[in-house]
Design a protein around this ligand. Structure first.
Ligand SMILES: [Zn+2]
Length: 65
């Protein structure tokens, strides 16, 4: 059985990025990343990963393809 030893994310999994909307430095863990996987009009892969800035509520794109 898995037990939670501590709930605060370890620094090993935390990542940082800067919101391009308001300039805030954001810290997030992988579970907070939202992603979209789809297809573009020519059938190729299309998608992105983003987080939502808690300061300005804008999407901050981490990766797109
Ligand atoms: Zn922001």
């Amino acid at each position: 059985m898995v037990r939670i030893v501590k709930i605060k994310p370890a620094k090993e999994v935390k990542k940082r990025c800067v919101c391009k909307g308001c300039g805030a430095t954001l810290e997030y863990v992988p579970n907070e990343i939202k992603s979209y996987h789809g297809r573009d009009m020519s059938g190729g892969p299309d998608g992105r990963e983003w987080i939502v800035c808690p300061n300005c509520n804008k999407d901050v794109t981490l990766r797109s393809w």
